[in-house]
Every structure is written in C-alpha cells, then in structure tokens.
Design a protein around this ligand. Sequence first.
Ligand SMILES: O=C(O)CCC(=O)C(=O)O
Ligand SMILES: [Fe+2]
Length: 356
Amino acid sequence: MANEQSWKIPPIVQELAAGVQEPPSRYVVREKDRPTVAGVPMPEPIPVVDLSRLSAPSDDHSADEAAKLRSALQNWGLFLAVGHGIEPDLLTEMMKVTREFYSLPLEEKQKYSNLVNGKEFRVEGYGNDMVIAEDQTLDWCDRFYLIVEPVSQKIHSLWPTQPPSFSDVLREYTVRCREIAEPVLANMAKLVGLHEGYFVGMLEEATTYARFNYYPRCPRPGHVFGLKPHSDGSMITVVSIDDAVSGLQVQGDGGVWYDVPIVPNALVVNVGDTAEILSNGFFKSPVHRVVTNTERERVSLGMFYSLDPETEIEPAPELVDEQRPRRYGKMKAKDYLAELFEKFARGGRAIDTVKI
Ligand SMILES: O=C(O)CCC(=O)C(=O)O
Ligand SMILES: [Fe+2]
C-alpha cells in the first residue's frame, strides 16, 4: 500500500532503467541546469602526478612533482595519480567485483539495504539517494557505501558475501589506497607550510568510506545527472573510475564543465571540503558531477578519507593570520556529514554554510 511518505523510498535505478523508455519526472533536471553530455576537453591536459617521484628522496624529480601537485591542487583541486604502487591486477579485480556485486539479483543486494527496517535511511549500505523532499531531483545511479576503516567502525553485516572475493579484495584495496592517501596528505601539509604529519595524524583512527557507484545506461543522458554537481566532504578522495566508460566532469573557472579523461591504471585524487577548510582556503574542493550515456553502464569506487566524527573541522590555527583571516567557521565532522547529505539532496553545498 502506498502511504503518504512513499516518495521517501526511491526505486533502485538499475531496476528502473531496465524497464523505461524515458526517465521518470523525478529524475529529470530543470531545463536550465541540464548537463551537456559531451563536456569540454580540458583547456590544458589534466595534471598527472607521479607519486613514486613525489616520494623519492629529495632530488630534482620530487621537487618537480611537488610543483605539479601544487599547481594541480590550486587550479583544479584534482589530479590523476600514476606511480601509485597499486598493481593493475588489483585495480582490475576491484572493479570486477564491483560490477559483479551490481550484477547480483536485487534480493541479494537488498540484504545490504541502506534502509533500516525498509524505511529509515542511513549512509551505509546499498540503495539510492536520501530523499528529503518530494520534489527532489534524483540521480541516475545506485550506490553502496561501506565504512572500511577503522575496523572498530565497520558494520560487518553489510559486507557482502557475494561475489565471494569481494571482501578480501576490498580489504587489500583499502590498505593499498591508504598508502596513496598518506603521502599525498603529507605533501599537501608541506605545501601550506605545516609539518608533514599534520593531516596524516588527523586521519589516524578516522573514518574511511568506500562508495561504489553504479550508473545504468540512460535513454536521455541530457535530461538527468548520474551524480548531481557536488563537492566531497572528505579530506581527500581517491577514485577508481571506470576504465572504459567516461562520465566524470569537473567544473573549472567560469562554471565550464570539463571531462576528466580515462588514463589506464591512474586514480583520480580530489581535494574535499575538509581540506579546503583546514587549509583556510588554500586548497579548493572541486565541484564535480557525473553524466550518463545511452550505450553503456558505468561503475566507479570512491574512497573518502574523512575525520573522526567527533573532531571539529576548522582552519588550522597556523594558517590564520592578519594577511589571511579565517575564512570558515567550525563544525563537528559528524554534523558536517549530516549537512552534506541534506545540502546534496537540495542541490547545494555544505561548505557554503561554514564560509565566513
Ligand atoms: O563516478 C565518478 O567518477 C565520481 C563519483 C563521485 O564523485 C562520488 O562518489 O563522490
Ligand atoms: Fe564526488
């Protein structure tokens, strides 16, 4: 029986997409906000940073690479990481089990639903957007969120038993991804004149979320968002994007949307709102979105390095002075996350609520 709140429980897009010729109206973006599916190629090539060079003992290479990182983070808030040490086989395997998970029958995936008792939304689990308003525009994607670190925060019952290797591959990938995040954060701290361990230290015992995204084919890519424009709430995010199907776009100066190209075995690393706030605006958390296509489904996996829920997010005192007054207020990480979901649902940005 449909009750008055049934709009709060959106359908699984994968199921919906299999049966419709047109996206239902709840997915259709207002005309003025609709995406141009072929984004603009980057005006300059998207920065590629070789992490093996960045971490090499001080020599010319590491200085060159640090300069590239600086310009990438200041101009785009995002770069493609190569030389990151994760073997191509592990990347391939991670994406393979992601696709296999989404190929499972609906009843199997629903065992990990993000709706507690079939109605209360929580971040972790499998499903769709948190719906807070009946007129909210929904995204053309399904997602599966898991806390992967620290072990004490994991919700073990949400770790899928199918495909059988999913959990092992994810555990291995989590360890290896942290080996990427930490040197990037150490270099980011150095770029703003903080000691190397400043940001890394804040992430010890903090929460890392894995978000598996699934974007079904869409009969009208120009009318929907795979993922609406947003910035991530994390400190940084490491994303493994589909190696064959593009769709990720980043907003550059003047509001222009640029396609992020696929570079084999590279990972996308982007700054999140937390790093923007902690750095007092030195780093910019880029607005990005995902567009769909008529031909092929697409998957991606984001690892969101976030602060411990009880920690206050606020500019590092060392980065606030008369020349650079404080640009952001403070908010507990857990409250920021709640704000992020709320704002995301309404198409806004949480960071705007703490800007001074
Ligand atoms: O699918 C992608 O390429 C990006 C996903 C993303 O931006 C996110 O999960 O926050
Ligand atoms: Fe994102």
